[in-house]
Design a protein around this ligand. Sequence first.
Ligand code: TYD
Length: 205
Amino acid sequence: MKGIFISMEGPDGSGKSTQIELLRKYFIDNGKDCIITREPGGTRISEAVRGIILNREYTEMDYMTELLLYASARAQLVSEVIIPALDEGKCVISDRFVDSSAVYQGIARGLGIETVYEINKYATKGRFPDKTFLLDLPAEVGIARKKNQAELDRLESEKMDFHLRVAEGYREMAARDPERIVRLDATKSVEEIHAQIIEVINSIM
Ligand code: TYD
């Protein structure tokens, strides 16, 4: 039995966690073992790297440093958790993956998509999601939702035009790879979005 690798992408506050939880439940109800991972994080080492990346005090962080830190957290997650789970035939749902780096560091920070892929070729050992769901949301809506929740981390505290570039960057990525990336309207209801996700999942299972 082959594992299924799914990633969930979208701007901050787009409702990824809710959809991930619903999808996990769907897999379990259908007898498929399933794990959820989050980026940056998901292993002891990756969580430590996450602490550095999102620390609001590190305002001097160079964009290349940021890209490499995300890639290093990912490398550990891929080798320690994702590949072993897929090899055991499990389903893996990742809360963000390489597309986040392509959009946040490649497009919004301006490092370039090609640079991001070149570095991440090594970090991911060439493992790419079978399907990626993009929860597409106007940037202002996502940030307004986040502001109501908790204190913003280093990336969430970026100015509005950064978040606009992120939202636009995601659309650009989806247009580049329409076979893999399924763009969903995140302003729709939780149930409607979940139903669309299940339809796609059933078509690949
Ligand atoms: P997190 O608290 O996990 O945000 P969310 O709940 O929205 O997923 O913080 C992750 C932040 O890091 C988020 O602002 C997106 C950003 N990010 C990147 O810039 N590049 C990356 O490669 C990844 C995985 C995340």
